[in-house]
Design a protein around this ligand. Structure first.
Ligand code: PMP
Length: 404
């Protein structure tokens, strides 16, 4: 049974004060908070079995290796990947995307094209632009409408037999739009293109099934779903991961090294050069366990309730515009007050202990589309409450009064 007051007790940070006020943390799309169940795992690692993995015969190394590989299996099960070696540990979504983009350098030809969407985070734009610069391939963009939804009829027109890759986020970080990735994947496969889904913003709310989606690559960051920073994952279909060259060279990723020739290790080690974030991987597994113990259906239902409650109240504030009104969206509200810079609103909210994000949210093309410098973004997690929404609404009214 979902009980937000009990859940809040798991998060030590939620009881701290900011500027003398109770913290109201509404910047969850930037990074989520960490429950004690995950903090305990981090403390346990450094207190009891900190050691390098995959190479030591001693007990600590074995223990750390076992825990690290168990975490990989937890992530495999969570995403329903067919094989554990299809899960590559990375430092985050950005690293995962760059790994794939680098791999396609030797595959793309100048006559090829790749497709991104108008709703992307910079980390799902810039690596592909760099790939196009390296290969001469063309970058095309699926446009969006005023509601912040992708225009699927235009996507259909962009796909050609020279389309080799399509990259779309599952959920937009700036607007919260949930994109129709099932359709996007199916259509891309009809022309033989591979698809990478950026799950940085979906994984805190939705449990994706990579086999049911039939997606080629799916990437995520642990810190968005109650795990640590500096840790992420790449799911790739086995065939693709075998085809792509390694991203970085170094220890751990080799089978044999001579000065004449090096052969590479099997998956997943081929893509995991050097000593990884061992504690981060183990804590990522613990975060997945924690989220599943609450249940993604319960999380999504509760967050939707918060979204509707907040939206209804915010719309009553005169001069407040919400950007991103898609029917299908997660608990993110991006807004502005008429004639007031988002940064000023954010600064006043901070004085009241309310943490929101202001700016372009690493999605400048979306801001250009709406012809605005940025927005104030409140993003709700399953540990937020209606009382916190009320505090936000009061704070915005206060900011409006002070700044008008
Ligand atoms: N894609 C999206 C949609 C995001 O929201 C983010 C994080 N804001 C990223 C990619 C990049 O994630 P990270 O910084 O953890 O690599």
């Amino acid at each position: 049974m979902f009980n937000v007051e009990n859940i809040r007790k798991d998060f030590p940070i939620l009881s701290r004060k900011v500027n003398g006020k109770d913290l109201v943390y509404l910047d969850n799309a930037a990074t989520s908070q960490t429950p004690k169940q995950v903090i305990d795992v981090i403390v346990d690692y450094y207190s009891n079995y900190n050691a390098n993995i995959h190479r030591g015969v001693h007990a600590l190394s074995q223990e750390a290796t076992d825990k690290y590989e168990q975490a990989r299996h937890k992530i495999q099960a969570h995403f329903n990947a067919k094989h554990a070696h299809e899960i590559i540990f990375t430092s985050g979504t950005t690293h995962s995307i760059n790994l794939v983009a680098n791999g396609f350098t030797s595959i793309l030809k100048p006559e090829d094209n790749i497709i991104v969407s108008a709703l992307e985070h910079h980390s799902n734009i810039v690596p592909w632009q760099m790939l196009c610069e390296r290969t001469g391939a063309q970058l095309k963009v699926i446009p969006m409408n005023q509601a912040g939804e992708l225009i699927m009829s235009q996507y259909d027109n962009l796909l050609t037999e020279n389309t080799k890759l399509v990259f779309v986020n599952h959920v937009s970080n700036a607007l919260g739009t949930i994109n129709p990735i099932e359709y996007i994947i199916e259509k891309a496969h009809q022309v033989g293109a591979a698809v990478l889904i950026d799950g940085a913003q979906s994984t805190p709310h939705i449990k994706p099934d990579v086999q049911a989606l039939n997606v080629d690559f799916y990437v995520a960051s642990a810190h968005k779903l109650c795990g640590p920073t500096g840790q992420g994952m790449l799911y790739g279909k086995e065939d693709w991961l075998k085809k792509l060259p390694p991203y970085q060279g170094g220890g751990e990723m080799i089978a044999e090294v001579t000065f004449e020739k090096t052969t590479y290790a099997d998956l997943p080690h081929k893509f995991e050069a050097g000593t990884p974030n061992i504690c981060g991987g183990i804590a990522f597994g613990a975060a997945i366990d924690y989220m599943n113990s609450i249940g993604f259906e319960a999380i999504a239902n509760y967050e939707h309730e918060l979204l509707e409650y907040a939206t209804a109240q915010l719309l009553q504030i005169e001069g407040l515009t919400i950007y991103g009104t898609a029917k299908n969206k997660t608990s993110v509200i991006s807004f502005n007050l008429d004639g007031i810079h988002p940064y000023d609103v954010g600064t006043i909210l901070d004085k009241l202990g309310i943490a929101v994000r202001t700016g372009h949210h690493c999605a400048q093309p979306i801001m250009s589309f709406y012809n605005i410098p940025g927005t104030v973004r409140a993003s709700f997690a399953f540990y937020n409450t209606k009382a916190e929404v009320d505090a936000l609404v009061l704070g915005i009214k206060k900011a409006k009064m002070m700044l008008s």
